[in-house]
Design a protein around this ligand. Structure first.
Ligand code: FES
Length: 501
């Protein structure tokens, strides 16, 4: 079945078909239930199984093809210019724990791929952050100084291998890139057996800390791990503590191949990595500036910007793949990983990776495996998921939640087309129909697809994602198919269908 938003990703298109896993049918009991089949959920499942536990991984769609399968998949502890922010907000010791966790995540991916013989195209590769803006030079120099103090493999250089000069850059050694969908699918394939399971096309529609209900059956467990990008529904109120950002990504074959993974410090953002495709050509995978989900004007502007940049510098062929990914950033910039309530209660959660989900996600799975089995983990001092009011992010908290309030009232998309008749083929709009807000799209065959524009999470109006042809919620990042089906939460219920008359 075509899944519009997922099929556009280069990674999903080049991963091959399998493996396929059954949907949950009936009621089962395991030790740990894990909701969400991305890198966090699948890695946690594998690590818990290694400790002799029975696990059930429950994925609403296909394993590895949502957020992980739409990322740029850099395996790196170099997260833009982050360490000076972490040190300022949390202190040197906690910044060191963050660094240690990322480096451990990198090693763990290599270990798991090797132990299980997973063909995930892992390529060792240095990572660079560079700038051509004078005002970032000092920040890059400071970042290297802090990173080295924290034990990270950082150095300053202007010799980047990019096909243009830079004012300053920092290089991280011992990093890597890989094929994220192949990795997650390969790891997931090792899980079924000895009382453990992987279920696809099984959406959690109800949940509590010891039980997950899907429309095919129920999984009872000692603990439930919410590995769903943002914890579902109202859990932990993480939707108010982390804000969603979308980023456009494109892929095209390139002739000028740079010898590393790169990201600039300034805006508009340009991030590039490469991959040798099944066709033998090297592809450039480029991500652009972040913007609020559903803000289609920004999406179109940033897509155009990265396509121009790719063509200008890397001798690129035609862009073949375009898609939009999303991630959450915590108000205080550090992920939330661990128990959702103090005293080892509630759910085990992992969210707020700020687009650095490969190393963070793997480290999160390592933490979750410890906590679920009663073991202490020193990294939890950094990632404590019960820091309910992150003081270090108070300003962001006020700003982001004010924007949410605005989207509840008016939404984003212009109301220029006033009726279904005024929608041209390929156009989308939020219409007022019989007093209700309707999200409407007319396809090239002239058929109108109309659903309620009111997000089923907390009532914001969704916005149009022209690249993926999905409805994306600017408030907390839920995404929906044209049919209203949930792509990912925090919403768990579809947008209501509308009759177009
Ligand atoms: Fe919260 Fe839409 S995701 S209102």
């Amino acid at each position: 079945m075509a899944q519009s938003g997922d099929d556009h990703s280069y990674w999903n298109a080049t991963a091959g078909e399998g493996p396929n896993f059954p949907a949950l049918a009936g009621d089962i009991e395991v030790d740990i239930a894990i909701v969400g089949g991305g890198i966090v959920g699948v890695t946690a499942a594998r690590l818990l199984k290694d400790r002799g536990l029975r696990v059930a991984l429950i994925e609403a769609r296909r394993v590895g093809r949502q957020v992980t399968g739409k990322s740029t998949a850099k395996i790196s502890s170099q997260h833009g210019i982050l360490y000076q922010t972490l040190e300022k907000k949390f202190g040197e010791e906690k910044a060191r724990l963050y660094a240690e966790a990322q480096e451990a995540g990198i090693s763990e991916i290599a270990r798991l791929a090797q132990v299980h013989g997973i063909d995930a195209d892992i390529e060792p590769m240095p990572a660079y952050v560079y700038t051509n803006d004078e005002s970032y030079v000092g920040q890059i120099e400071k970042e290297v100084e802090i990173a080295r103090r924290l034990g990270l493999p950082a150095s300053l250089t202007r010799d980047t291998g990019l096909p243009f000069d830079v004012l300053q850059a920092m290089r991280w050694d011992n990093q890597a890139q890989f094929h994220p969908t192949k990795y997650v699918a390969g790891l997931a394939a090792t899980i079924p057996g000895e009382g453990s399971h992987v279920f696809e096309n099984s959406r959690a529609i109800d949940y509590e800390p010891t039980r997950v209900v899907t429309d095919g059956g129920t999984v009872a467990a000692r603990h439930v791990v919410m590995a769903t990008h943002l914890p579902l529904g109202q859990i932990g109120m993480y939707y108010a503590l982390a804000y969603p950002m979308a980023e456009p990504v494109v892929a095209a074959p390139i002739s000028r191949v740079p010898p590393g993974m790169y990201k600039n410090a300034e805006q508009p953002g340009h991030s590039i990595r490469t991959h040798k495709g099944p066709d033998g050509r090297v592809w450039g995978i480029v991500a652009g500036n972040h913007y609020k989900p559903g803000h289609v004007d920004d999406e179109q502007r940033y897509i155009a910007d990265i396509e121009r940049w790719l063509a200008e510098h890397f001798d690129a062929g035609p862009v073949r793949y375009r898609w939009v990914n999303e991630d959450y950033t915590a108000m205080d910039q550090a992920p939330f990983i661990g128990w959702s309530s103090s005293g080892g209660k509630g759910y085990l959660v992992a969210t707020g990776f700020a687009a650095w989900g490969i190393s963070n996600g793997t480290a999160a799975a390592m933490i979750i495996a410890d906590l679920a089995t009663g073991k202490e983990n020193a990294w939890t001092a950094m990632f404590d998921a019960t820091r309910i009011k992150p003081i270090a992010g108070a300003g962001e908290f006020v700003k982001e939640n004010a924007e949410v309030a605005a989207h509840l009232v008016s939404g984003y998309l212009s109301r220029k087309p006033k009726s279904y008749d005024q929608l041209a083929p390929g156009d989308a709009a939020i219409l007022k129909v019989d007093g209700e807000n309707v999200a409407a799209f007319r396809d090239e065959a002239g058929k109108v697809h109309a659903v309620s524009a009111v997000c089923t999470h907390m009532g914001c109006l969704v916005g149009w994602n022209r690249t993926d042809r999905t409805w994306d919620c600017p408030c907390h990042g839920s995404r929906f198919e044209l049919s209203g089906e949930v792509i990912h939460g925090p919403a768990t219920q579809p947008l209501g269908a509308k009759v177009t008359g």
